[in-house]
Design a protein around this ligand. Structure first.
Ligand SMILES: C[S@@+](CC[C@H](N)C(=O)[O-])C[C@H]1O[C@@H](n2cnc3c(N)ncnc32)[C@H](O)[C@@H]1O
Length: 239
């Protein structure tokens, strides 16, 4: 950081009242944020191993996205945030009414949630818009592997690919999808990088618990904390 950036960071830190801001964010931004995730993301963002992007799988209405950009601001971190979400909710396959509702179609729900994301992020992250890619994570990572140029929902072009410093995995929570999200992230996560798995708390009955058990057994990750979700750091000295 240059001395001017350091000074700006100190000013920002002095002005921000962390808990208060997160409280106001959570009041206004629909979402599903376990409060224990705040500690993990705060820790990860203040200990990132490099300038490599942060990846979020599953953004919904942008609550965790806005939390991440806030924590980037708090810690004076410039790493790009790149998000993947198809905002589909069965609209493309099943179509039709949302849970049998006579007046609300799945397609309308999809558009409502996606536009909520855009509105929430445009307000709370106006200083640092994340790159939000409308795609399911499997396709997102296919594009990442091919180092493709993509357009985000704000109409900006982005070159995907390369190392990742932090991944927040909160997309499809079935074993098959969460495991694949882990494997894809793992191929690009730098040594010293972080992964937080949402919905992985012991005893929750979620299929993500099986994924985090396998990550723990791999010997390649250090468990930093169960908060209660599993929060890992990739070991630096692995073959
Ligand atoms: C639990 S919500 C995410 C909550 C969000 N992180 C928050 O802070 O409120 C799960 C989101 O994952 C998205 N999703 C489902 N399957 C996905 C996939 N294969 N890839 C990426 N996102 C997916 C859904 O559209 C939904 O918006």
């Amino acid at each position: 950081m240059s001395s001017q950036e350091q000074l700006q960071h100190l000013v920002v830190k002095k002005v921000l009242k962390a808990d208060d801001f997160i409280k106001w964010l959570c009041f206004a931004n629909a979402g599903m944020l376990n409060t224990g995730n705040i500690w993990c993301l705060d820790y990860a963002i203040s200990h990132l191993p490099s300038q490599a992007p942060i990846v979020e799988i599953g953004s919904f209405c942008g609550l965790s996205t806005n939390l991440i950009t806030y924590l980037k601001l708090k810690h004076g971190v410039g790493n790009k945030l790149i998000c993947s979400d198809p905002w589909d909710f069965g609209a493309s396959e099943k179509g039709g009414a949302l849970a049998g509702h006579p007046y609300i179609q799945r397609e309308e729900y999809k558009e409502f949630v996606k536009s909520s994301f855009i509105k929430n992020v445009s307000f709370f992250s106006k200083h640092d818009l994340p790159f939000a890619i409308e795609a399911a994570s499997d396709y997102f990572f296919e594009q990442w592997v091919r180092q493709q140029n993509v357009n985000d929902v704000f109409g900006r072009n982005l070159h995907l690919g390369g190392p990742i410093s932090l991944a927040y995995i909160d997309g499809n929570h079935s074993y098959e999808f969460a495991k694949r999200d882990f494997e894809n992230v793992d191929s690009f996560l730098e040594p010293g990088g972080f992964i937080l798995f949402d919905d992985s708390a012991d005893g929750s009955g979620s299929e993500v618990c099986q994924v985090v058990a396998e990550v723990s057994l791999s010997g390649r990750y250090q468990l930093i904390k169960k908060s209660p979700n599993y929060f890992f750091n990739k070991l630096r000295n692995i073959d």
